[in-house]
Design a protein around this ligand. Sequence first.
Ligand SMILES: C[S@@+](CC[C@H](N)C(=O)[O-])C[C@H]1O[C@@H](n2cnc3c(N)ncnc32)[C@H](O)[C@@H]1O
Length: 257
Amino acid sequence: MTYILSGKSESSRLDAQAEIPQFSLKRELEGIDLRPGASVLDAGCGSGILCRYLEHNYRDLAIYGCDLSRSSLSHARTLSKRSTFFNHDFIGNPLPGSYDFIFNRLVAHHLTADLLLMGFKNFFNALSSGGELVVIDPDGLLLNLGTLDLQLRDQIAQVSRAFSGDLQVARAIPQLLRQCGFQEVSWRIDMMDFQGEARRLEVAQWKERFENSIDFYVSIFGTELEARRFIRRYLEEASRDDVPLFYNKFIVRGKRP
Ligand SMILES: C[S@@+](CC[C@H](N)C(=O)[O-])C[C@H]1O[C@@H](n2cnc3c(N)ncnc32)[C@H](O)[C@@H]1O
């Protein structure tokens, strides 16, 4: 598997992202009963932000994180107090171990529905009986910008077509979980509406997302100059307070019977 966001600053970007209220881990975990003694895996843990949150806020959990990226894992290991991290591609590879909870946060849109199905089957097989999968993913990332600039809209559509993932796959996750055999599938959709200070922080996130995947944009627009022209225009529009910038965050849960 490949993943387009890379670079040393990617881990610190993910840590900063979790500070934006719209990405609040506290809110995402509301209603999830992580009982003492449970073993929990964060699949696609990135900088380890969720593992550290669990370490600080829950007692007696056995916490694991896995990711494709070795540099993210070493960042995660440095900051974590008691989580165990391992390098693993969960698409096409069975997961080692057995878990009561598996989290998969902000990863799904980087994959297509077909690949996700493979990953979710691996999660299903790695859950204990009665164990629960929680998939958290924003629907409409990059796409949901209320711009009137027709050229920019075309370019956004061009980026979306070239992207190896699916920026609106979150809405299909409940069906995918059912197809893998999960039961009691349920979801909550939280509106991520960026205004005021939250918008300033999310635009800063976009700057870093673009920078950490600049080669991808150059491959679409032909030259670095053209790629940076698109990025500048996107950031200008995203910074306007009369242009809505919003995603729908899906928090989808399913149980292994
Ligand atoms: C946007 S980051 C999110 C990281 C973290 N879950 C968070 O909430 O900040 C997506 C992460 O998924 C990882 N990833 C993508 N595909 C993966 C796969 N097939 N197996 C394991 N990790 C994967 C990437 O390496 C990256 O660290």
